[in-house]
Ligand binder design. Sequence first.
Ligand SMILES: NC(=O)C1=CN([C@@H]2O[C@H](COP(=O)(O)OP(=O)(O)OC[C@H]3O[C@@H](n4cnc5c(N)ncnc54)[C@H](O)[C@@H]3O)[C@@H](O)[C@H]2O)C=CC1
Ligand SMILES: O=C(CO)COP(=O)(O)O
Length: 336
Amino acid sequence: MTGSGQKAPSGWRIAVLGGGAWGTALALAMLRADHFVRLYARDPETVAAIDRGENPRYLPGIALQAGIVATSDIEAALDGADCVLAVAPAQSLRAMLTTAKGAMPNGVPLVLCAKGIERDTGALLSAIVDEILPENPVAALSGPSFATDVARGLPTAVVVAARNEGLAADLAARFSAQNLRCYSSDDLIGVEIGGALKNVFAIAAGAVTGAGLGASAQAAMVTRGFVELRRIGAAFGARPETLMGLSGLGDLLLTCSSAQSRNFAYGLALGQGKPLAGLRLAEGVPTAAIAARIATERKIDAPIITAVAAILDGTITIRQAVSALMTRPLKTESDV
Ligand SMILES: NC(=O)C1=CN([C@@H]2O[C@H](COP(=O)(O)OP(=O)(O)OC[C@H]3O[C@@H](n4cnc5c(N)ncnc54)[C@H](O)[C@@H]3O)[C@@H](O)[C@H]2O)C=CC1
Ligand SMILES: O=C(CO)COP(=O)(O)O
């Protein structure tokens, strides 16, 4: 919708790169916003399944309405696109964009839909786009939005951010549809940081629940985790009010309270001492490691992130982490 409540121009050719849960859900959302959608899935079996009307591996039980053109040929997906959504996991973004590079239409917006920080380099995903596709303006779509909810057409609000406010507003208007409300922001870094770091705290929240530490511990962890998110955000230049919004507080509320979140589910298994192999994608695992490194390098106080990273790499147990967190020197709460 435009600011005046008018429907924004439809009929864009949108290429969705990534045939997992979120790529498939966004393809449906773009179809509902009256765009032409091509969905690139690198796995031909996923393409064949989507053609039959379902993506059983990544989004089981959701009927896909006709209209999504699925392909395992990235050039065909990108040909003539007006806009590209990048929906591979954060740690695969660089590889996917490198594959896309030769076929990427010049100057069209590239919208990041993954949530994470590159583990090996500490790069925000927008920096990877700037490096590989410098001719394409970068945007990010983030906020509390489970793929199954969006695919089912349940009411959802997200934020679309770009450095250029006009681009962000245009994309938000074009992507919005009856049950998908897109706010816009010019704080690209804030929106990226909020989406990336909430996954680390979702793992922590799952672990607190799994280890039976109680609802009070859960609330304390999420609240203090949010302080760490704001500290790291500030170090990157994110605006505090962005982190109070959908990508940040909003996504923390969702994924720290629901086992529907794969990051929460990963933490839950961790807390219960159950096997982790075979669990679905948990973006918070690599992001915890790099966020802990960033915090150390930049001297940012981030004890929960550091503890999650140490638990994940097996250096400490959950019990030891809780004990260390509870015996830190006392301080004023306003010391953000
Ligand atoms: N599932 C959800 O509810 C939401 C997911 N996200 C984010 O979206 C991103 C993707 O998540 P999902 O789609 O849910 O994961 P998924 O595990 O369901 O699917 C990942 C997809 O990426 C593909 N892929 C991996 N590496 C690739 C490469 N190099 N080139 C091309 N394709 C590649 C896989 O084949 C698979 O189809 C993550 O960063 C996640 O945090 C964001 C909001 C909601
Ligand atoms: O980011 C999400 C919802 O906003 C999805 O969370 P999970 O990746 O933890 O399932």
